[in-house]
Design a protein around this ligand. Structure first.
Ligand SMILES: *Cc1c(COP(=O)(O)O)cnc(C)c1O
Length: 490
């Protein structure tokens, strides 16, 4: 290949060194100045079309011109998830350790679908997931030493999909493929929409996805009685209950489903029991929060997103199963071009059979770096600090009679709202929607919302690595500031 026309060769160690250093400097400067950007991007839809050419360049450009464009044209269209003033959704942590792992993963650029394609990628993933299972005190059946084990998925959505498919096929092997239309899934109506998507992909009849009602009396957690009633009803009409998804820390309001009782019901009915702790799982490395996953012993699968609140750069969703063969029976393929001695002899784990895609990145490096460079004690402090800051925010809200805390804070999310002035209860939703729009349009902080029992609720989720007490205090002052004029005009 003639590379004379290339300013930058496709791969040249010295050019990599020089340019990667520039990029690292660019990123470090970004973090240094991150508070100067509006947290929520303020661009209009389609803004980028006018700023970039219609087609790709014929001739190479310099890294500096590209960096200039990133600064001038891309960053305005970025919402700054790593800003200390980001309080929307749930956090999506980045960290130096996570970044280094991500960088190494990009640098080695392997595709670890089978053990042989990079033995270290498979083996490190097994070891690191065993480490984390131990930190979370998951039952031994989830460790890789027996019939179970852990695997890194891209997202919680993929995790629930693969276990739903495994559970589905377990049942269909017994009742025959004609049983598909009779299969029923159970969860609360607070369960993440990822479950519904998994049902759609998995061919579950749309009417057989039971999203059971919840209310404020149980803090929006799934009621075992409601589950029992639904199962009895379904059995009576000849349907086949097969999958229960419980959540520890719902996306809307951090509701915690009662795992112990739900697990017993699942067991008595031969139902696969999946626990989604995508966000709150991280907190369970602290002894004082571990009780929220008591009952995980009865689960068939458990999921936590290390990329949310565990300092591991997106994406890194951890899934453990007790029966790896259930996954493999649903998802394995064995084409000639992938055959190799180790796999044929059944001596190794081939993670391609535990996930939807074939190809997979060396993601365990990130989590391994996070665990080693920070250590358990610091990670526990990290979680505790965010919960302390959320508690502070909760207290500030509670002290102001114009506001109310809507559900008790459990982890680092505060659900609250501005109370509508006397006799104008019906205006409450509009009032809070307006407040959220006004606050977010300042660019100073970014919050999101949910709806509980028909009420529009503001969500303040603490969890960005750079967030300190002063950011929480300033956020509260801003919210109070913007609320005052709204109350006057309403
Ligand atoms: C964030 C979240 C999800 C979805 O996460 P993805 O990894 O983006 O699919 C699912 N469940 C819960 C409880 C969550 O908080």
């Amino acid at each position: 290949m003639d590379t004379t026309g290339w300013n930058l060769k496709p791969m040249d160690a010295e050019q990599l060194r020089e340019n990667a250093h520039k990029m690292v400097d660019f990123i470090a400067d970004y973090y240094k100045t991150i508070e100067s950007f509006p947290v929520l991007s303020q661009v209009e839809p389609g803004y980028l079309r006018n700023l970039l050419p219609d087609s790709a360049p014929n001739r190479p450009e310099s890294l500096q011109t590209v960096l200039n464009d990133i600064q001038a044209k891309i960053l305005p269209g970025v919402t700054h998830w790593q800003s200390p003033n980001f309080f929307a959704y749930y956090p999506s942590n980045s960290s130096v350790a996570g970044f280094l792992g991500e960088m190494l993963s990009a640098g080695l650029s392997i595709v670890g679908f089978s053990w042989i394609t990079s033995p270290a990628a498979t083996e490190l993933e097994m070891i690191v997931l065993d480490w984390l299972a131990k930190l979370l005190k998951l039952p031994d059946e989830f460790l890789s030493s027996g019939q179970g084990g852990g695997v890194i998925q891209g997202t919680a959505s993929e995790a629930v999909l693969v276990v739903l498919l495994a559970a589905r096929d377990n049942v269909l092997r017994k009742v025959g493929n004609n049983g598909l239309e009779k299969l029923v899934v159970y969860a609360s109506n607070q369960t993440h929409s990822a479950l519904q998507k998994a049902c759609q992909i998995g061919g579950i009849h749309p009417e057989n996805c039971r999203l059971l009602k919840t209310d404020s009396s149980t803090n929006y957690s799934l009621s075992p009685d409601a589950l029992n009633d639904a199962i009895s009803h379904d059995l009576a009409v000849g349907l086949i209950p097969f999958f229960l998804c419980a959540t520890v820390g719902t996306t809307s309001s951090t509701a915690v489903d009662p795992l112990l009782v739900l697990g017993e019901i699942a067991k008595n009915n031969g139902i696969w029991f999946h626990v989604d702790a995508a966000y709150a799982g991280s907190a369970c490395i602290c002894p004082e929060y571990r009780h929220y996953i008591n009952g995980v012993e009865g689960a068939d699968s458990f999921n936590m997103n290390a990329h949310k609140w565990f300092l591991t750069n997106f994406d890194c969703s951890l899934l453990w199963v007790k029966d790896k063969n259930a996954l493999i029976q649903s998802l394995s393929t064995n084409p000639e071009f992938l055959k190799n001695k180790a796999s044929q002899a059944n001596m190794v784990v081939d993670y391609k059979d535990w996930q939807i895609p074939l190809g997979r990145r060396f993601r365990s490096l990130k989590l391994w770096m996070v665990l080693r460079l920070y250590g358990l004690e610091n990670l526990q402090c990290y979680i505790r600090n965010h919960i302390k800051l959320a508690k502070l925010f909760e207290e500030l809200v509670a002290e102001d009679p114009r506001f109310e805390v809507v559900t008790p804070r459990i982890f680092s999310l505060v659900c609250f709202r501005l109370l509508p002035p006397n006799n104008k209860g019906e205006k409450g939703n509009e009032l809070n929607r307006d407040l959220l729009d006004i606050v977010n349009s300042t660019g100073k902080i970014f919050m999101s919302h949910t709806v509980l029992s028909g009420k529009y609720i503001l969500r303040f989720a603490v969890g960005a690595p750079l967030t300190e007490e002063r950011h929480v205090n300033e956020a509260w002052e801003l919210i109070q500031d913007k609320a005052s004029p709204l109350l006057k005009i309403s």
